[in-house]
Design a protein around this ligand. Structure first.
Ligand SMILES: [Zn+2]
Ligand SMILES: [Zn+2]
Length: 307
């Protein structure tokens, strides 16, 4: 099993035919999670490989329009698509007020439960049996939260030959050992999980970090990430302007990836003024070589190293 990232919008500010505004889909084991929901996100989804029915939760970083204007339309279409399953929406303070206002004006009339969660402090904002999503404050012109999906470690690989050699009979005892329980054999011997399991297998960590100027929070969030998706509104060399506006350059994103010990960097939230991606890559790769730049519909499959 792997995680698939699909970039639905990779530009900053306003949509253009080349780049739609911010949204990234994360597809994991049949479930879809959206990070930001800029205008036209639902059209981008329809043009992509993604099924909107798989949507489980939406995470909004901040209330600038290029990150949220697609939400009412997307939620409205879920109603028209006969959705009945609850939908979680996580975002900054003000989310509940916004959703209430959309309902009162009849812009939204969801035929399913919308569970809204306002992020008020750093920490875990979403729990799943196999992972959690945590949030850290970023440094932008308004309140902004970055998100990290952190998978739980899984038990080590089951050593079938070893279990047979120890005389564990084929059947339910295999499952109990795999769940970390000791078992007692008919002859009275005890077999411990560590006798037949390899070392625990590390889960993946995917980090979504936009909009922000360089800050300790971004580095903390990106610590040891398998993939760091970071904004790069400007290429490099114009840090002062970028920071004044609460943004980063590609070089800043690369410095964050390097300092955090991330394994791969994906640049997004590219200023629409720049049409050629090479200049972003040049600046970033000089600092952090394993960098790519996202374009709309770019897909990235993230595999676990020990699968
Ligand atoms: Zn933005
Ligand atoms: Zn912004």
């Amino acid at each position: 099993m792997s995680i698939q990232l699909v970039f639905l919008g990779t530009g900053s500010g306003k949509p253009t035919p080349q780049r739609n505004v911010s949204s990234m889909a994360l597809f994991r084991d049949g479930e879809l999670f959206l990070f930001d929901c800029g205008e036209s996100t639902q059209i981008q989804m329809a043009k992509s490989v993604l099924r909107p029915g798989a949507l489980k939760a939406i995470f909004l970083t901040h209330f600038h329009g290029d990150h949220v204007n697609g939400l009412p339309g997307l939620v409205g279409s879920q109603t028209l698509n006969q959705r009945h399953e609850a939908l979680d929406i996580v975002g900054p303070r003000g989310l509940k007020r916004w959703l209430k206002c959309l309902r009162e004006l009849n812009i939204l009339w969801p035929g399913f439960q919308v569970r809204s969660h306002e992020v008020t402090e750093p920490g875990i904002v979403f729990e799943h049996p196999e992972f959690h999503i945590e949030s850290v404050a970023l440094k932008h012109r308004i309140e902004t939260w970055g998100y990290a999906l952190v998978e739980r470690d899984r038990p080590g690989r089951f050593d079938l030959e070893g279990a047979r050699a120890l005389g564990v009979p084929h059947g339910p005892m295999y499952g109990r050992l795999q769940r970390g329980e000791a078992v007692t054999l008919e002859d009275g011997r005890t077999v411990l999980p560590q006798d037949v399991l390899g070392p625990p297998r590390a889960g993946l960590k995917i980090v979504y970090c936009t909009d922000t100027s360089p800050c300790a929070g971004a580095i903390e969030l990106a610590r040891n990430a398998d993939v760091l998706v970071h904004e790069a509104t400007y290429p490099g060399g114009d840090e002062r302007l970028a920071h004044e506006r609460g943004h980063s350059t590609a070089a800043d994103a690369a410095r964050c990836a390097l300092e955090a010990g991330a394994k791969k960097l994906v640049l997004t939230h590219i200023s629409q003024k720049y049409v050629r991606p090479d200049i972003f890559l040049e600046h970033a790769r000089a600092i952090f070589p394993n960098t790519v730049i996202a374009q709309d519909f770019f897909e990235l499959e993230v595999k676990r190293r020990d699968d």
